[in-house]
Design a protein. Structure first.
Length: 330
């Protein structure tokens, strides 16, 4: 019996979201639709020039965990914040959703991470991230009882760049495997995949049971834009691969059996694509943790993504479980 459905291991980040135009992005050399890492001084400069915004707890895996809680799932999180105001906000936000989050804060060093998200009128989000304390997740933060009690442990690819965090991933995967549980990884960013290509292929082949990627990340990892070739390579690498393709839905590729196509769910209004992939991952992983079919799990992912992109911010504002029940998925 699993006491938890999913435990996420990822960056503990507070998002600052504001509207912007292309000129603002250009003036700060922010690549449209992408994510770049910045230092504390850059963070202050960009933040100082941003329009009034909202501060919400974020981080890719943490957003997924928040969606899993909204689906009625039992979830936990491992991530590093500092002993500061933003750290307190992050911890409170997750715990208020019923998420188990007991990682000790960073005692000395940089402050809690923040992601400055500038959203242009076409709903593209362009992110500049100051990682601060978030990159200090280490193997000492990985607790065997937590990992062993969860059906799936879910890793955020962004952390793969940090050698200390990568050691934490391996330790958690070992605990999961020993307990007969599954490990999942989201690739997070095509630039990361390009930088860490060979190391990622090795890590996925050895440790990962469920791989999540958007189309660009999958093309970079599998070195092809041909979906059939991609599916073949995915089968060889991982027991289950999920590739999201925006309005074209998603493709689930199990090692045995035919790929499953899942249609996208159209939002009532497209406002902000921040967190779409995180929400999709949540629905898919929750379904898999509860032993639902690939079709139903993928549909839960599409439903969660549609809710999140219908408003500002990367976490659900409607109760996802109610939406899923209404749609006949739960």
């Amino acid at each position: 019996m699993n006491s938890l459905d999913v435990v996420g291991v990822g960056n503990a980040i507070v998002d600052v979201l504001a509207q912007a135009d292309d000129a603002f992005l250009a003036s700060h050399s922010i690549p449209k639709g992408g994510m770049i890492l910045i230092d504390e001084d850059q963070a202050k400069t960009i933040y100082g020039g941003m329009a009034p915004g909202v501060e919400v707890s974020g981080g890719s895996a943490a957003n997924s965990i928040a969606c899993i809680a909204s689906l009625g799932g039992r979830a936990g999180f491992v991530g590093k914040v500092a002993k500061d105001n933003l750290g307190d906000i992050f911890r409170h936000d997750l715990r208020s959703m019923g998420v188990q989050f007991d990682t000790a804060p960073l005692e000395k060093g940089p402050g809690t991470a923040r992601c400055l998200v500038n959203v242009t009128p076409d709903a593209q989000r362009s992110m500049t991230t100051y990682l601060g304390a978030a990159g200090f997740v280490s193997e000492y933060d990985i607790e065997k009882p937590l990992i062993s009690s969860s059906a799936i442990t879910f890793f955020e690819g962004y952390l793969f760049d940090q050698p200390v965090a990568r050691n934490a991933f391996v330790k958690a995967c070992d605990f999961a495997k020993a307990a007969g549980k599954r490990a999942a990884l989201t690739l997070s960013d095509a630039g990361l995949v390009d930088r860490q290509h060979d190391a990622l292929v090795s890590f996925i082949g050895e440790h990962v049971d469920i791989l999540l990627a958007n189309e660009h990340e999958a093309q970079t990892l599998f070195e092809t834009d041909d979906l059939e070739i991609m599916a073949e390579r995915a089968r060889a690498l991982c027991p289950l691969t999920a590739v999201t393709m925006s309005e074209r839905g998603s493709l689930l590729v199990p090692r045995g059996g035919a790929p499953v196509r899942v249609a996208a769910k159209k939002p009532e209004k497209l406002v902000d694509t921040t967190g779409a992939g995180d929400a999709y991952a949540a629905g898919l992983l929750f379904g898999l943790a509860r032993d639902l079919s690939l079709e139903t799990s993928g549909a839960l992912g599409a439903l969660a993504a549609a809710e999140v992109i219908s408003h500002f911010g990367a976490r659900p504002q409607a109760d996802l479980r109610s939406l899923a029940e209404k749609a006949g998925l739960l």
